[in-house]
Design a protein around this ligand. Structure first.
Ligand SMILES: Cc1cc2nc3c(=O)[nH]c(=O)nc-3n(C[C@H](O)[C@H](O)[C@H](O)COP(=O)(O)OP(=O)(O)OC[C@H]3O[C@@H](n4cnc5c(N)ncnc54)[C@H](O)[C@@H]3O)c2cc1C
Length: 256
């Protein structure tokens, strides 16, 4: 069974985020990067499926040269090989053109299963996997909590709202978008880190894959959420104040 895992490198969660001078992205000078969290769980799910059913796990990552560190980390954890679509300016790709790029690379591999994260920690479009499935003409399911492979069929558990789950079956090949926290992430062993240095990383570019960025969505401006204190003094008797408080919590804050 060949499993392709789409893995995105994103700014580390504990980074000090600053907006770039043109206001259209992040100032990358002091940023450190890591594997997008849901993608780490997608990788772990792929490694566990390989352990159960055999086959190989191939990591697919589009990003600039620095994405190599995340690719090597995935290889150190146990992925067999990787494809790195090396592009310095991924800002020119919106989610649709990025999905076209990943789908073009995936086509060259003809995997049985493609796993992506549910969404990216930076842009959070949550669309890439679904669009890839559409482009590949493959069935897909989102917000996956568990994956079971029975021969040529998949049975997956999807997370719905209010603690509900849905079980769906579909034929392979298929695309799944994986929810964070569905398994226990493994650490890379010392041996894994050593081995990763010798594993194949096939480099490619958008031009080689015949995909040009044709963004239909252009990111205009990025801004930090504003921290504003809005103190309101409640008047009246304690009972009246309590009633006002409940009303505000229910209708303004929507916390009740
Ligand atoms: C100015 C600017 C600069 C940018 N610079 C970068 C950059 O340096 N590196 C970068 O990766 N993106 C960069 N992007 C974002 C890139 O365009 C997005 O990856 C793309 O639009 C996908 O949308 P999303 O992040 O909302 O993905 P979502 O749909 O939220 O992602 C879902 C899943 O798709 C997969 N996926 C998404 N992106 C990739 C990827 N690049 N490679 C492999 N799998 C992926 C992952 O499995 C992820 O969990 C930049 C965007 C802008 C506007």
């Amino acid at each position: 069974m060949k499993i392709l895992v789409a893995l995105k490198q994103v700014p580390a969660r504990d980074s000090q985020i600053r907006i770039s001078a043109d206001g259209r992205w992040l100032d990358e000078s002091d940023l450190s990067y890591e594997i997008n969290e849901p993608d780490a769980y997608a990788l772990e799910a792929a490694l566990q499926l390989r352990e159960q059913h055999g086959g190989e796990v191939v990591v697919l990552c589009a990003g600039p040269e620095r994405a190599t560190s995340s690719i090597r980390e995935a290889l150190a954890k146990g992925a067999d090989r990787a494809i790195h679509i090396e592009e310095d300016d991924l800002g020119a790709f919106d989610t649709l053109s990025l999905a076209r790029l990943l789908a073009a690379a995936a086509k060259t591999e003809a995997p049985d299963l493609i796993l992506t994260g549910l969404q990216s920690d930076d842009l959070g479009g949550g669309q890439t996997g679904v669009v890839m499935a559409e482009l590949a003409g493959a069935p897909h399911a989102t917000i996956i909590m568990a994956v079971e492979v029975n021969g040529a069929e998949l049975r997956v558990k999807r997370e719905l709202e209010n603690g509900l789950f849905q079980y769906v079956s579909m034929p392979l090949p298929a695309v799944l978008t994986i929810q964070s926290g569905i398994n226990k992430l493994r650490y890379a062993t010392l041996m894994g880190i050593k081995k990763a240095k010798t594993k194949e990383v096939r480099r490619s570019t958008a031009a080689e894959l015949g995909v040009a960025p044709e963004p239909s969505v252009v990111l205009q401006r990025v801004s930090q959420p504003q921290r504003v204190k809005q103190t309101q003094m409640l008047a009246g008797t304690p009972a009246e104040q309590a009633a006002q408080l409940v009303e505000k919590l229910r209708f303004e804050v929507r916390a009740l």
